[in-house]
Design a protein around this ligand. Sequence first.
Ligand code: ADP
Ligand code: MG
Length: 483
Amino acid sequence: MTSTKLEPCIPLDMEKEKLTDLVEKAKDYALMHGICMRRKDQFDRDALHFAPFVLFPTSFPRNEFDKSVKLQQVLNELMHKVAHDDEFLTTSLRNTIKVDHFTKRLFDIYERVKKEGGPTQAISAGLFRSDYFYCLLSEKVKQVEFNTIASSFGCLTSSLVSQHKYVVQEAGYPQHLKNIPENNALAGLAGALISAWRLYNQPKSVILFLVEDVTYNVCDQKFHEFEIRRQCPEVFVIRRTLTEIGNRGKLTADKRLIIDGQEVAVIYMRCGYHPDQYPTELEWDARYMMEISLAIKSPSIHYHLAGTKKVQQELAKEGILEKFLGDKAHTDSVRDIFTGLYSLDNDTTGDKNLENAMNNPEKYVLKPQREGGGNNVYGEDIKPFLENIKNSDERCAYILMDRISPPIIKNYMVRPGMEPMLADCISELGIFGYVIGTKDEILENKQVGHMLRTKLSHVNEGGVAAGLGALDSVYLVDTDRCC
Ligand code: ADP
Ligand code: MG
């Protein structure tokens, strides 16, 4: 068991008056710096709410944070290689696509592009986020998942660092500032899109943000646009939905993607990761058209597939990291962040894993091939769920993962229209990075920033956009000093 005790960075037993004052200040800071979202209760194009946040930054072990930051470039490279290994992707997803219709549709696009002679655009741009819990049992960070599509909150959490710096000073703890690390995720991610645009090398071309019909997390996206404008006065950003691309997008003879008279150099997908986002064949046609086009995709279809939970599980198998990374130090450091990942395929190993999960459901999380939160199965729900699918191939659509137990740390959760709530919380760290390259050459590979999301400790999933989680920042503590 751990000897590390992680405490709130500021004593929370403050007088009500002081708390109210701090909360008001924090809310105003958030509202006035765009740490906001669209209202979900009533749609109003012209109004925003502040995004849920916790009042103070959350303690996180410094050495584990530094380690995760350093590891990001290795993970970027790993995922780039995985995405370009046709045999590995095909073998890994072979059983999954027999039963998971959505992954199959993505895979069909991948195959169709291959049949057409391969991608028209050799360059891919991956804007990634690797997510972790600090695991109490091992006293190490353990990877929850690796996101290759629509990784959000690069902007809002960059801004939240400034808000938290302001709040801890207002609370009377200026000495804490040095332990809140800078976060330049927004600048880095916007820079990646500009780099991709420059590589496309067509002065009048635009960057297209692929967006949902209604975007609740709109500020996070819009600040990317503003940042692109700030860093690069020459480029224009347009926002389009899959439906709009399906209806109005066209390919030229040399496969340039044109929409509304503009040539698209780069497609940044903040949508396209969930079956609901493809209500008809038109949207699937649009995804294929984008994929076969000359535009640089973030992500290209092979990056998208490489980010599936099934691939994550296959990567944890013996000998696989060695194959991709070679370097022993790199292999060891990546293996160290993996927790147990298990296949549920219809074979003896899968049977054994399934039985273990039925016997000890509280030790596992059951995951389908979905993104965006709210899809996993936990604890006692696992048993009846597996009972239902254990005799069918449907089980191949899922993977099993060891359930990670992070430390519980108290904080005030602040949500629009609600009283601040003192709560037991757990936090998930995300490290942002990007990679741009072709199958044979990595042109750019960077770590660019981080984020912290915090949720109530008893809630299984705490999506911020879904209203169950809150934005947070990291407060670094030297764990050997806080034992
Ligand atoms: P998604 O693609 O939907 O974000 P995740 O794998 O990130 O899928 O799971 C969603 C949430 O479920 C995570 O943010 C985390 O709160 C919780 N979760 C996922 N895996 C684990 C795990 N192994 N242990 C504990 N909680 C987990
Ligand atoms: Mg996630």
